[in-house]
Design a protein around this ligand. Structure first.
Ligand SMILES: NC(=O)c1ccc[n+]([C@@H]2O[C@H](COP(=O)([O-])OP(=O)(O)OC[C@H]3O[C@@H](n4cnc5c(N)ncnc54)[C@H](OP(=O)(O)O)[C@@H]3O)[C@@H](O)[C@H]2O)c1
Length: 276
């Protein structure tokens, strides 16, 4: 464990968030791990490995210079244009210091293709502002030598503490309808699987494009109903939302860049983590 700890210095941008914080907890026993937060919170302010950072106001280069990470994990949200500029600065840092960026991207980079699930080398195309912004950063990263970048495309992420699961509980408590999309076919993931997968990618020094979702596909409405059952919520109020007449895929499946079997999973594994 000691040997591994000295190998990398990791900076997680967005380490106070759902996925960033799960990654911080997973990696900090093994590596020198630093993180950023935006909203002041005692937990982070008193941790000397945390820096306050607002992508709209602060220069990421200052934190990069202070930490000198060998691996940067980008798990940020925030203004899209500001994020594009920040990632341009990260690219400059990577070129200079020969370090590596692990970028959390999204299945939305394919949201203009609705007829099939998408694979790693498929051409990206999006109809949404969010998808466009992720594509823009991905394209800048794909111009770097491959070994310096891992692009992690994620489907919807659930998990006991995920904002999506918390939202379902909140809507039920407030007697508000829970929205389901019966035409949407997707795959899913959970924070615990993603952290294990990214830990493996770091340990094995893997790079390229990764599609980190369940191996199987689910209908959004069925899956949300299964979550509701797993949470032991009785008599929920559901609102069916139809965005198109036809089925629409938002799924990122792996084909070229497969992780080992023990890191692959199904939607049932995601559900079983939620069972109370
Ligand atoms: N969760 C999913 O289902 C999902 C699916 C696909 C892709 N992703 C991608 O995964 C990444 C992490 O998502 P998440 O769900 O973990 O998000 P999250 O819980 O909202 O966390 C976002 C992080 O970014 C920070 N942040 C927000 N606004 C900022 C700003 N203006 N300046 C600097 N930092 C800012 C937050 O800090 P504070 O907490 O202090 O505000 C937090 O640390 C995102 O890039 C997202 O696109 C997530």
């Amino acid at each position: 464990m000691k040997k591994e700890k000295s190998k990398h210095t990791i900076l997680i941008l967005g380490a106070s968030g759902f996925l960033g914080n799960a990654l911080y907890k997973e990696l900090c026993p093994y590596f020198r791990t630093f993180g950023t937060y935006r909203i002041p919170k005692r937990e982070f302010e008193k941790n000397q490995h945390f820096f306050q950072y607002n992508v709209e106001e602060d220069d990421v280069y200052e934190i990069l210079q202070a930490v000198k990470p060998t691996i940067i994990i980008s798990a940020l949200r925030g203004d899209f244009s500001a994020q594009v500029i920040a990632h341009a600065h990260i690219v400059e840092y990577i070129k200079t210091y020969k370090s590596k960026l692990i970028f959390l991207s999204s299945a939305n980079v394919f949201d203009a293709y609705s007829k099939y699930p998408s694979y790693e080398n498929d051409k990206t195309l999006s109809n949404s502002i969010y998808g466009h912004f992720k594509i823009k950063i991905e394209n800048a990263l794909l111009r770097l030598p491959k070994k310096h970048v891992a692009i992690i495309r994620l489907p919807m992420v659930f998990g006991a503490q995920s904002p999506r699961t918390q939202e379902i509980k909140y809507f039920f408590k407030e007697k508000e309808p829970i929205e389901v999309f019966p035409n949407l076919i997707m795959n899913v993931s959970t924070d615990s699987k993603i952290t294990q997968q990214i830990h493996y990618i770091i340990n094995r020094n893997k790079s390229g494009i990764f599609h980190l979702g369940s191996n199987d596909l689910v209908h959004h409405d069925d899956f949300i109903k299964d979550i509701i059952t797993a949470l032991q919520i009785k008599t929920p109020l559901l609102k069916q939302v139809f965005t198109t007449n036809d089925d629409r895929y938002l799924a990122v499946l792996p084909k070229e860049n497969l992780l080992p079997k023990h890191l692959q999973f199904t939607s049932k594994d995601v559900l079983s983590e939620l069972e109370v």
